[in-house]
Design a protein around this ligand. Sequence first.
Ligand SMILES: Nc1ncnc2c1ncn2[C@@H]1O[C@H](COP(=O)(O)OP(=O)(O)O)[C@@H](O)[C@H]1O
Ligand SMILES: [Mg+2]
Length: 357
Amino acid sequence: MRTISIINQKGGCGKTTTSVNLSACLSEAGRKVLLVDLDPQGHSTLSFDYQPDKIQFTIYDAFATSRTNTFSWDKVLLKQSENLYIAPANLLLSFLERELANYIGREKILLARLMELDKPFDYVIIDCPPSLGLLTVNALTASSEAIVPIEPSFFSLHGLNKLLDTVRLQEEKTGHIIKVHALVTIFNNRARFDRELLREIQSYFGQSLLRTIIRMSVKLGEAASFGKPIGSYNRSSIAYEDYNALASEIMMQEEYCVTEDSGLALKPQPIDGGIIFRYKNPEAAAVMLAGDFNNWSPDSGLMEKRDMAGLWERLITLDPGTYQYRFVVDGKWIADPSNPIKADDNLGGVNSVITIG
Ligand SMILES: Nc1ncnc2c1ncn2[C@@H]1O[C@H](COP(=O)(O)OP(=O)(O)O)[C@@H](O)[C@H]1O
Ligand SMILES: [Mg+2]
């Protein structure tokens, strides 16, 4: 399962439009998608023609019942199609910040709830509010990726440093990596200003900028006002073309990500910031990584459980070279089952081997 937050504390940059239409296009392409509306304004909810104020159970319940544990996803999820479900939001969500002020662990509530999902989703897309408060922090804690929509305007680069600092802070707190992708939205190729700003965005984000650019199209606003994703409103629009291209680009990255049932790509992979080690075992209570890069000391290689399927992850920065390692699963030392390259440890056991660079 890939959990992707759509974040930017700036309003009006296309978070909701991207959440709704990316979710719809991914679901049309056969992926099982959950769209979580995490904005008290309920714009994603409205975009699917639901009246936020009239909905009894919303994503608010996922947070508010955290103390009593009586929450059930079944009451909250609205089925849109075979492959698309929505967790709606309304204004109640805006009270959470105050209600949970003294609740220890308030930043991890959504992560814990997503682990309780019993439907096999390929993607969870989270439409975040225009702030970097508790709700966005919950979204980031639950996410392995974030898409930052940026619309070319005088203020659009302002605040990005703060946003990226918030992401890094969450990474440090949780020990898991959040891969950030920037997405240019509401782009007008005929405007010189937009073209110049695009170059600035390209040099700011480099490889992290998604290749797809979402062009300006009035059809997107029209579709939302009719309570439909673009594919249900106008399939010949450039907006439908662009959001399909975005969905394809995101799906192209799947080989580097692990989905719940594929179990693919578990062997160590280079990503931004280092090498990611992955191990899958839903039964394990604690998994650590030990190798010659950390003096075979498992305590410094704690792995983080990422989802209900028991995916464990750890990112390490490594210089080019060849390294040996093992996982320590509930105290038992094992070689990496998904890495075919092994070496004798001269003590009668086997280590896994990776070569970097
Ligand atoms: N590619 C686009 N072309 C034209 N208008 C757009 C585009 N994307 C979004 N909009 C419009 O811009 C406004 C803000 O978009 P929205 O997705 O609600 O932003 P956010 O969720 O970041 O506040 C909405 O009126 C929306 O219809
Ligand atoms: Mg919005």
